[in-house]
Design a protein around this ligand. Structure first.
Ligand SMILES: C[S@@+](CC[C@H](N)C(=O)[O-])C[C@H]1O[C@@H](n2cnc3c(N)ncnc32)[C@H](O)[C@@H]1O
Length: 377
């Protein structure tokens, strides 16, 4: 029988070999927290365009434990259906998961959490990352908010089974949680389109927010913002290609159907292939923050949820034609942003940073006085 202790040590070794777990205290936490308690006995795996439940009894104990300790994100809920209750493959989007341990640890190391800190985690999920935090800070120092009642109830069960009792809150983490303020750190394990002001208000001066900033094109960037004593938080994006599911209130609204209306037609100045690049997609999203990206057979389409505006591209020999329709010229917006990025030499994500105040938030390129894009409020 494969021992869970042995697999935890193996996982810790593998993460250390990737340059993570430089801090012995985090390594000890990975070696101590039994991830199997947080996955119960079922997870989802991709099955074509659907999600198929996999149960421990199907695999046997050894194979199940090896899956549990692989450095993988295990989806545990799809559109509100948990892996335990699913009777077969289900369509939909993942709505909760146990994040891959390397990312959990990368976020914690980036957040620079230290003994004695009080941390507000947004997105308890299975409770695994919460338990890792508790191992380092003690239960008293950890506050964790989960939006989904069923997920929160399961996390509370898992944490109890692991002998942990942090402050668990069921609700919208975008409001933070006043009771534990002022926090040293806010760490979000779901992505946001912009940083909720409540996180700033509930942070001590010098405290930090570690989160992924994403949007409806699913371009995403990991950042740590540090709050100064004038209430302004600033930071620079990390290089890691990290994505998280969007916070539920920030999820894409149902969009109008893409109808490929010819609209006004011109040659595209930049290739839509640029949106296949991690940073290119992030920049395109900065240019058209309310547009959803849809891949079509021949190119891509942008559909704006608020106005119904659409833009779509199609190949024209070596070049591209773009069609735009509706009050917003979505492709013009995307091209302007991509032009700015290309004029700066198409730098990686670390060239971008963010400044957040209670009233306004912008992503800038180069330095805070460089070209910038306002994030949606
Ligand atoms: C990627 S999972 C969290 C993974 C978790 N940290 C773990 O280790 O298992 C993201 C979680 O964020 C939750 N979530 C989404 N929006 C939220 C919000 N506004 N407030 C609190 N939790 C939210 C989801 O329900 C989901 O459970």
């Amino acid at each position: 029988m494969t021992s869970s202790t042995f697999l935890r040590q193996d996982l810790a070794r593998a993460l250390a070999a990737q340059g993570l777990l430089t801090d012995p205290a985090w390594r000890a936490a990975v070696e101590a927290v039994p991830r199997e308690l947080f996955l119960e006995d079922a997870v989802f795996r991709p099955h074509g365009t659907q999600w198929e439940p996999v149960r421990s009894e199907q695999l046997g104990d050894d194979e199940w434990l090896r899956k549990v300790y692989s450095d993988t994100t295990w989806v545990t809920q799809v559109d509100g259906i948990s892996a335990r209750e699913a009777e077969g493959p289900v369509p939909g989007r993942p709505t909760s998961s146990s994040t891959l341990p390397s990312l959990v640890l990368r976020m914690l190391e980036l957040a620079d959490v230290r003994e004695g800190d009080r941390v507000l985690e947004i997105g308890t999920g299975t409770g695994y990352s919460t338990a890792v935090l508790c191992h380092r800070l003690g239960d008293e120092g950890v506050y964790s908010v989960e939006y989904d009642e069923e997920v929160a109830a399961a996390a509370a069960r898992h944490l109890r089974a692991a002998g942990r009792s942090p402050h668990l809150v069921v609700g919208d983490g975008l409001r933070g949680h006043q009771d534990g303020a002022d926090y040293d750190s806010v760490i979000a394990t779901c992505a946001v389109r912009s940083v909720p002001p409540s996180w700033l208000w509930q942070l001590r001066d010098g405290g930090s927010i570690t989160t992924t900033v994403s949007g409806w094109m699913l371009g995403s960037g990991l950042i740590r913002l540090v709050l100064d004593d004038e209430g302004v938080a600033r930071g620079r994006f990390a290089a890691d290609p990290v994505s998280y599911m969007l916070a539920r209130p920030h999820e894409r609204p149902p969009r109008s159907t893409f109808y490929a209306h010819p609209g006004s037609t011109r040659n595209a100045r930049v290739s839509p292939d640029l949106l296949d690049d991690w940073t290119g997609l992030f920049v395109a999203q900065l240019g058209a923050p309310s547009a959803e990206l849809v891949r079509t057979e021949t190119g891509l389409a942008l559909v704006d949820a608020a106005t119904g505006s659409q833009a779509w591209t199609e190949p024209d020999g070596e070049a591209w034609t773009v069609h735009q329709d509706g009050p917003l010229r979505l492709w013009d917006q995307v091209e302007d942003a991509l032009d700015t990025w290309q004029e700066a030499g198409s730098p990686a994500r670390t060239a971008f940073g963010m400044t957040v105040t209670e009233w306004d938030q912008v992503v800038w390129l180069g330095d805070p006085d460089g070209p910038c894009w306002r994030l949606p409020s």
